[in-house]
Write a protein that binds this ligand. Structure first.
Ligand SMILES: [Zn+2]
Length: 390
């Protein structure tokens, strides 16, 4: 056997071993690929230009994609970064890591505009700035349709101490809790600063539960256009660990809110789904607001303090931990009328060492925490004012 033949066999074996790591499409629970055909009608109701919120989900590839290694550089994420970002999943299996988000927290009332489209029960209720802004924009659009200012934020960021003070432990091993106060301290979605609870307070001061029906169905039906999801939908309580609760909204950001909405995913299901899209293999592609998104998952190095994460050299991106075992990279491309296409080139496997870590860039990324994708944020935050027209 010649040396060349040995090399060829080695390459085939290596390629085969890499292929075995490609997550297989199993035919169940697949992402559906849909055009949001109800968007226009809803958008007109909301006074939002249709072009601004049109969701055109593109083909989601399941085959291995040709990844242009030259288009990516490497940054380092720390173990602590797993608990940072818009997609962190805090539930009974994944306690909050309590990153310092104090610089991000603002009063939920700081988003109230002159239209007084919503109320806040206490000025001490805080949310992360991005959630406050998006919620405020949504409520302004809601108010422009219904002239109803009764929606009231009654809960936002909750500290460990506050959850501990209000904790009402439930006896036994239950499949889900019926109230968020039954979640052990450290395990509440409210620790993220990205979750809020609503009630209704009328002009006469009468208080009632928010159940997402009547006028308020608009909010639960449309919140995904503003980066929010209903965190605890009915019928998914054994998955989320909390009984169906329409009054609890959670900010995850665009495009993730669209993907979750279009596919009926809870955060738990979506984070599980993301593990099919490991960097270097199939990536998830989605278009919202005229922006093309590429999303992929980078598993955290087991037992290591650092994980090398591939990020695009040129495009806007954000990195969010899943608060469990990996990072989701969201790349945003605005192609000015041209559809972004991956550049064909030799495929590269995950954990490639061909590119060295760009240390100064990595340091900058770490300092900034989870970098925000500015174009998408702008589009989402100002959905009524920022048409995505080319
Ligand atoms: Zn809540």
């Amino acid at each position: 056997m010649t040396v060349a033949a040995l090399i060829l066999i080695s390459v085939i074996l290596l390629f085969d071993s890499l292929r075995r790591h490609v997550p297989q499409k199993d035919g169940t629970g697949d992402l559906t690929v849909t055009i949001n055909d109800t968007a226009d009608e809803e958008v007109i109701d909301a006074g939002i230009p249709p072009a601004a919120t049109e969701s055109s989900a593109v083909e989601i590839p399941y085959e291995k994609k040709e990844i242009d290694n030259e288009a990516y550089r490497r940054i380092v994420k720390l173990k602590a970064d797993l608990g940072m970002g818009d997609l962190i999943m805090v539930n009974r299996d994944n306690p909050c890591r309590f990153p310092d988000i104090s610089a991000e927290l603002v009063s939920a009332s700081s988003g109230i505009k002159s239209d007084k489209a919503y109320k806040v029960a206490y000025t001490t209720i805080q949310l992360q700035k991005v959630a406050t802004e998006s919620f405020s924009n949504m409520m302004s659009d809601f108010y422009s349709v219904f002239s109803d200012g009764d929606v009231t934020v009654v809960g936002g960021f909750v500290s460990y101490a506050d959850q501990n003070a209000n904790y009402k432990p439930v006896a036994g091993d239950v499949p889900f809790v019926s109230s968020e106060n039954q979640l052990s301290p450290g395990y509440s979605d409210h620790h993220t600063g990205l979750a809020l609870d609503l009630k209704l307070v009328s002009s006469s001061g009468s208080i009632s539960a928010y159940d997402g029906t009547g006028n308020y169905k608009w909010i639960n039906d449309n919140c995904y256009k503003y980066g929010f999801v209903v965190r605890y939908p009915f019928g998914k309580d054994t998955i989320t660990g909390v009984a169906g609760y329409p009054a609890h909204l959670r900010y995850v950001g665009v495009p993730h809110s669209y993907i979750m909405h279009d596919n009926g995913f809870t955060l738990e299901e979506y984070m599980n789904e993301m593990k099919k899209y490991i960097f270097g293999y199939e990536h998830l592609y989605y278009s919202v607001y005229g922006y093309d998104y590429e999303i992929y998952f980078v598993p955290a190095e087991t037992g290591a303090e650092e994980t090398v994460v591939a990020v695009p050299k040129k495009d806007d991106y954000s990195v969010s931990g899943n608060n469990c075992d990996g990072f989701i990279v969201t790349v945003c491309r605005k192609a000015d009328g041209e559809k972004w296409q991956p550049t064909p080139s030799p495929a590269v496997a995950e954990n490639s060492t061909e590119n060295s870590v760009t240390t100064d860039a990595a340091a900058g990324d770490l300092q900034n925490g989870a970098a925000q994708i500015m174009p998408a944020q702008t589009a989402a935050a100002g959905a009524q004012a920022v048409p995505a027209a080319e």
